[in-house]
Write a protein that binds this ligand. Structure first.
Ligand SMILES: Nc1nc2c(ncn2[C@@H]2O[C@H](COP(=O)(O)OP(=O)(O)OP(=O)(O)O)[C@@H](O)[C@H]2O)c(=O)[nH]1
Ligand SMILES: [Mg+2]
Ligand SMILES: [Zn+2]
Length: 319
């Protein structure tokens, strides 16, 4: 052992932390994580990352083991000593500010793809990329349409009919019941372009949340109104969490292969075993032998819808 600064002997045996508590990460902010002990929204404490974890990423939704002062009193700081394996992941793309694809939400059950029917106009390509991110990350996607007072949803939703995608209307003119029952008891990540009404919806679902909406802060500097990902507890009678992800504009799909996307569909997974090696499942002319073309009936319609997703992934992304 080298002597010197901090010559405290280092033990090779990591502490076992037998007395650790389990928590869910609900917020991330510059080296501090908010954790709900036992997933209880009334027991949120502030934590740091234990030295032994190095730079292990810890994201909203992560299930963590926490030691130290867990009283939750002002100025106390507990320590996250372990991050559990993730059941699902949502990734965002590399961008100008960050060269890596990163996991931004862990363990969410659902991805609520929030799309305005007008102002801004809905974009099929965005929804398709969101769907692919959800399917490969293990989240169940739900298409959530806002601003139904401005335009009719029929035409836009028709594009996704064959994917058997759940669709709910959740604009300010729609009753909240559909959104509430979809989210009850689940952890749901919200995603959508700026201005589609995510914060407006969150504020209806969680009145105490008080998320800034652009109407409120329009006097500001014209930047996006919310920037930090945050898990907010839904009312206690139903339970569950909604995760607002304002910073995410696009999804990390660079690592996703055509096989990954198709294999997310139980009824199509086996079919592509029959495809020639390297098949991209786009069909003729690129893949004249693709086995998806030999399916019939419902499976065929779904396969063609999934092919639509693949085609949008292979095109240049539009955000
Ligand atoms: N007509 C109409 N306007 C809506 C509806 N939902 C939200 N808005 C308005 O749309 C604007 C943007 O809403 P926000 O909730 O701030 O949008 P956001 O998705 O949170 O935007 P960012 O935080 O920038 O990502 C606000 O002026 C809302 O009042 C709706 O259903 N109908
Ligand atoms: Mg917002
Ligand atoms: Zn194929």
């Amino acid at each position: 052992m080298r002597p010197g600064k901090g010559s405290r002997p280092r033990t090779k045996n990591r502490p076992t932390h037998a007395d650790a508590s389990t928590g869910m990460v609900v917020s991330v902010d510059r080296g501090r994580w908010g954790c709900a002990l036992d997933g209880d929204p009334d027991r949120i404490i502030v934590c740091m990352r234990a030295r032994e974890l190095g730079r292990t990423p810890i994201v909203v939704g992560d299930e963590v083991s926490v030691v130290g002062d867990r009283s939750g009193k002002t100025d106390t700081l507990a320590r996250i000593v372990r991050v559990a394996d993730r059941r699902t992941v949502l990734r965002r793309t590399a961008d100008d500010t960050d060269p890596y694809e990163r996991i931004v939400v862990a363990n969410a059950d659902q991805l609520l793809i929030v799309t305005a029917l007008a102002d801004p106009p809905p974009r099929t390509g965005f929804v398709e990329r969101a769907l692919a991110a959800a399917y490969v990350g293990g989240l169940t996607p739900v298409l959530c349409l806002t601003k139904s007072d401005l335009a009719d949803p029929a035409e836009f939703t028709a594009a996704f009919a064959d994917l058997d995608l759940p669709v709910i209307l959740a604009g300010v003119a729609d009753p909240l019941a559909a959104a509430q029952s979809t989210l009850a008891g689940k952890v749901t990540a919200l995603i959508g372009h700026s201005g589609v009404g995510k914060s407006t919806l969150v504020n209806r679902l969680v009145p105490e949340a008080d998320r800034a909406t652009s109407a409120v802060s329009a006097v500001g500097k014209g930047r996006h109104t919310s920037t930090q990902s945050l898990a907010l507890p839904l009312p206690a009678d139903e339970g569950g969490w909604v995760i607002d992800t304002p910073g995410i504009r696009s999804f990390g799909l660079a690592h996703v292969s055509p096989d990954d996307v198709v294999q997310a569909f139980d009824d199509l997974r086996d079919a592509i075993d029959e495809c020639p090696r390297g098949c991209t499942h786009l069909g003729p002319p690129a893949d004249p032998e693709c086995a998806l073309d030999r399916l019939t009936g419902h499976a065929h319609r779904r396969a063609m819808a999934v092919r639509g997703l693949l085609a949008s992934l292979s095109a240049a992304p539009t955000y």
